[in-house]
Design a protein around this ligand. Structure first.
Ligand SMILES: [Zn+2]
Length: 352
């Protein structure tokens, strides 16, 4: 979730860096780039982040309670880490090369051949080419990669890697279950429904998720990870039709000034979808947002559990005494600062 700005960023990057427009560069130069970066920060870490990030954190947190006794002590002990770091992939998405495309896949770009896309990365690269794949998003393949990495971390009994990869994996799984992360019309920009992305994944959960039933039973083993991931992505994509259709139909029966309202966010009045419009849309979706959030919680727990089984069920009690020490915390904070620095192209003092 929260990845509309990922694509927006990629489009702007395309204009400024790949097209290398001399006119843009001459007149606006770095100041505009910094300005854009500032805007992204505002959107990413301001009101937008607040709501979309909430869902990611909630999904990771609830998934912990689905784990079997052999995993639960370790995961519960670090539940705050898994919750807080559920949003790391979004925090670094503009700063780390190769991160942005891990959050989505534009299935409709592939047309009828989407159903026969190679399920595994090497075959997909061979058939379509890596550049093209990355351009249109790689979330179903990257989830499989993260599962492999988590299994290896379990085999190595490496608590830091287990936790960090678990947190990231939860994020990508949640993204893969959002219909608007599976279409090139990710924000309704092709159908004059701009803003629908944050509406669906941020505004609606903000208003209604408190009533969602997201408690699911114990995690189950997934025999075929690839198939499970692709089934989830295809199901999310199949839901995208109704996301657009129902919004369009409802908009026709709503006066424009009733569709939107202004609400305070971080002491700033922002235009958002009105509560009346949100409620009517949410009802028409017939539980779709809840279903997709449940699928996310279900799949996160199942895949954490599956990786642990595939690693031979290592005894996690050997890591009971593990906790992040001050050096770890400082390193983590430094890494997060480096994402900001790279985003803003700010040099550290040591580089002067
Ligand atoms: Zn994301």
């Amino acid at each position: 979730m929260v990845c509309y700005y990922t694509k927006l960023y990629m489009e702007i990057r395309h204009v400024f860096f790949e097209k290398k427009s001399k006119i843009f560069k001459f007149f606006f130069g770095k100041s505009l780039i910094l300005g854009c970066a500032g805007l992204f920060l505002m959107f990413s870490f301001g009101f937008q982040a607040w709501w979309g990030f909430w869902a990611h954190r909630r999904i990771n947190r609830l998934a912990v309670f689905r784990l079997p006794p052999g995993m639960q002590y370790f995961y519960k002990k670090h539940i705050d880490y898994l919750t807080e770091n559920a949003v790391n992939p979004d925090r670094r998405r503009y700063a780390v090369v190769g991160e942005a495309e891990r959050h989505f896949i534009d299935l409709d770009v592939y047309g009828d051949s989407a159903s026969v896309l190679p399920k595994f990365w090497p075959a997909a690269v061979k058939k379509i080419g890596e550049d093209s794949l990355r351009k249109h998003g790689i979330v179903p393949w990257h989830i499989q990669t993260a599962c492999f990495q988590l299994t290896e971390a379990f085999k190595d009994k490496d608590p830091k890697r287990i936790l960090s990869i678990s947190a990231d994996l939860g994020h990508y799984i949640a993204d893969a279950n959002v219909p608007l992360h599976t279409t090139r019309n990710y924000n309704g920009q092709l159908t004059k429904q701009d803003g629908i992305h944050a509406f669906w994944e941020s505004r609606l959960p903000e208003l209604y998720a408190v009533d969602y039933d997201l408690w699911i039973g114990q995690a189950t083993y997934v025999d075929n990870v690839s198939e499970a991931v692709w089934t989830a992505v295809n199901r999310a994509h199949a839901a995208s039709d109704s996301v657009f259709l129902l919004e369009r139909q409802l908009s026709e029966s709503f006066a424009h000034d009733k569709k939107f309202s202004y609400e305070p966010r971080n002491n700033v009045l922002v235009r958002t979808y009105s509560e009346d419009f949100s409620r009517a849309y949410h009802e028409r979706l017939k539980g779709q947002v809840q279903r997709q959030m449940r699928s996310s919680v279900e799949m996160v727990g199942n895949l954490w559990f599956t990786c642990w089984i595939n690693a031979g069920q290592p005894d996690l009690s050997e890591m009971n005494n593990f906790s992040f020490n001050e050096t770890d915390k400082k390193a983590e904070a430094a890494e997060q600062r480096s994402w900001w620095r790279r985003l803003l192209h700010i040099r550290s003092e040591s580089e002067y």
